[in-house]
Every structure is written in structure tokens, then in C-alpha cells.
Design a protein around this ligand. Sequence first.
Ligand code: ASP
Length: 439
Amino acid sequence: MKKVVKFGGSSLANSEQFEKVGAIIRADETRVYVVPSAPGKRFSGDTKVTDLLYRCYELASKGEPFADPFTDIRSRYNEIIQGLHIDFSLDDEFAVIEEKLKNDPQKDYTASRGEYLNGRIMAAYLGYEFIDAAEVIFFDENGIFDHVKTKKVMSARLSKTPRAVIPGFYGQGFDGNVRTFSRGGSDITGSIVAGACDAGVYENWTDVSGFLVADPRIVRDPAIIKTITYKELRELSYMGASVLHEDAIFPVRHEGIPINIRNTNHPEDPGTWIVESTCQKSGYVITGIAGRKDFCAVLISKDMMNSEIGFGRKVLQAFEDNGISFEHMPSGIDTMTIVVHESEFVSKEQQVVSAIHRLADPDSIEIESDLALIAVVGRGMRSQRGTAGRIFSALAHAHVNVRMIDQGSSELNIIIGVENKDFDTAIKAIYTIFVETQL
Ligand code: ASP
């Protein structure tokens, strides 16, 4: 079995972290393909190398001197090299990058150098071959990741390379220039490499021991999720829970490869397993709780709405015509509610209201703001009586007024709308009833 191991920025922020990573890789000889991020923050308030690189690009593109951030970047890498006591130098690489910044500054190329240089060091440190991601990861003419070409080229290359370091975050654009994924994109690279080599597992090493049942900024010391399905993860990430880049799921999901989130600082912790399906019961009825604030609800009423064919389509068209995507749509007999992000909606609200009047001729439209949505997610909820009842009694006891309820047809989640001001209280109440009390 082969394992692909991706290490995040904080796992590679300095030479001590590199040593931990080295020990993790050497501890298991099936860890054959390594995907590094760029060096991240060493302490809170520190700057990530990727951000320093973006700064260099900004300055260089305006023709301004970029020596300050560039020197910082150089010393970050040199410190790592010295700390690892390896006979290795990145001086030639720095000369190339500096030249390029001066003569032909390119944003994606510049940003990608964080991973590229870290990959060079990692390969030298481990004695693994270095594969430049620009030779094995491709984007199409629309800038979309080209799964087919990448799989073909990368699989062929990996089949000839038993152990390699492939830097995260970038590949080759259709025009031949380097192109990056969105921020946090090394997670995607790891997933692509895992899919291309038919890995048994994609280990994603970070600085937390897995996904937490709830946001630690709201719930103190929340429990760790041991196993979560891709679908549950999607629901939670959509609601703002973040450990892994959202697009990192698809390449491995396609191949049925599990992802194991692990902690570089606590390698003994089993972390979280992200799987397609499992017969393992989660420790609690729910798998996780996540939520987001600042939604608006647009309530549309019309007598006999239920019998008017095409009413919903006309209402949705008003949103579509204004380029607003809707998040949820609970409905009644003569009412429908469209839930949208307040930030997207606010500047266009009056256009949308008049478009709804024009297209659908409703009796009234009301807009409510300051709505927070909370998703309670769990594969176990389907087969458990009284889950909804417990959620709502917990919220009633915590004096939280529920403004909206939406149970997805997958029965994987229940979405509850509360006022922004009740957001934290509601999450704590739900966590307590399912995880702490475990009634
Ligand atoms: N270094 C990039 C970033 O900071 C990509 C990554 O770390 O995944 O976003």
C-alpha cells in the first residue's frame, strides 16, 4: 500500500517542524509521496511565506523595490536549511525568481515559489526525487483543473518514481505558465497525487488532531470527529467548518480513497478519517455542528400559491437575473422563503424585489435580516427517533427563538435559522445536549 502525505504550512514553518515531518515520513515506509505547503506561521502574528511572495509580486508589478519581503523569504528558507544541517543551497533558485520578478512579474508563478522551494528542501532532506508540479498538474483553457490530462501524465510519472516530493498549490496553465489553485490549494495537490497513484490513504498533516464537532471559538475543547463521510464533510464545510480545502475531496472521492487528517505535533493521535461510507457509528447521534451568520430571508406570499404553476421558477429567476445565488428555500402553502447571503444581497435588494413583483406578481414581500444558519449534521440522525425534538427543546431551554427550520431530503442535516445574536448560545446548547449530556 502507498500513502500520500501532505504537510500544511505550520507543519513546515521552521527546521524543528521539518524534523518532525521527517520523523513521521521515516516511521512508515509506505509514505512514499510527499506534498509540502510553503512555510506557514511560526507564531501568531508571523507572516506566511506565500503572503510575503504575494507582497513581492505586488511591489514588482508596480516597478517598486521588493528587496525587503524578498530578503525575509530568503532568510526563512536559509534558516530551515541551516537548522537541518544539510549540504544544500537555494541561491541559484533565488536568482531565477528575482530575475523573473524584475523582468516579467507573474502573480501565480511568484506565489507558487513558496511550495516549490520548500519541495526542493524537502526532497534534499529526505533523499527523495523532486517532481515539479508544473510538469504533472494541468489546467485547461478556462483555467479549470484538467483531471484527465493530469491523471494520465502524473500516473505515468509516478509509476517510474518510487518516492518523490511534489510541491503543492500549483500546476501548469494552458498557456504554459505556472497557475495556482485558490488559497490552501496544497490540499488539492495531495488529493490529486493520491488519486493518480491509487494510494491506500491520503494523509493530510496539519496542526490539529482532526475535525472538531463544533467550532472551538464557540465551544470549549470540543470533541474530535473520528470518522466522517464525504457528504457530511461537504455539509459542514459549506457551513464554514474548515480544515481542508473544499476542492480536495473530489479527486480522492472519485477513487474511493480515504483521507486521514493528522496532527504533525501529535502524530500518535489517530485524527479524523474522511470516508465514502462507513458502518462505524459516530460516538454521538450527530457528527458535527457548524454555522454561519449574516443571511437574509426574503419571504414571498401569494394567496393560492400552491396551485400556481411556475411561481417558484419566476421568483428564482428574479434572483438569477441579478446574479444572486440562493442558499435555502423553505416553503409553505402560500409562502416561500429564499435565504441569501446578506453581503451579496444588500446592494441589489430593491432590484430583486421589483423583479419578483414584475415576474411573479406576489401579494407581499418581506425581508428579514441578521439571520444565522446552523447545520446539525449526522449520518446517524436518520435512524434515531427524536433528534429534531432534542435540538428544539435544547434551544427552547437556552431561550433561543428558532426562526426557520429546513431538513434536507438527505436526512443528513437539519438546518436551523436563528437570530445572529443567538448564534453562539444555540451552538453551545446543541453541542451540550448531544455531546456532553448524551441523553
Ligand atoms: N501556501 C498556499 C497558501 O498559503 C497554499 C497552501 O498552503 O495550501 O494558501
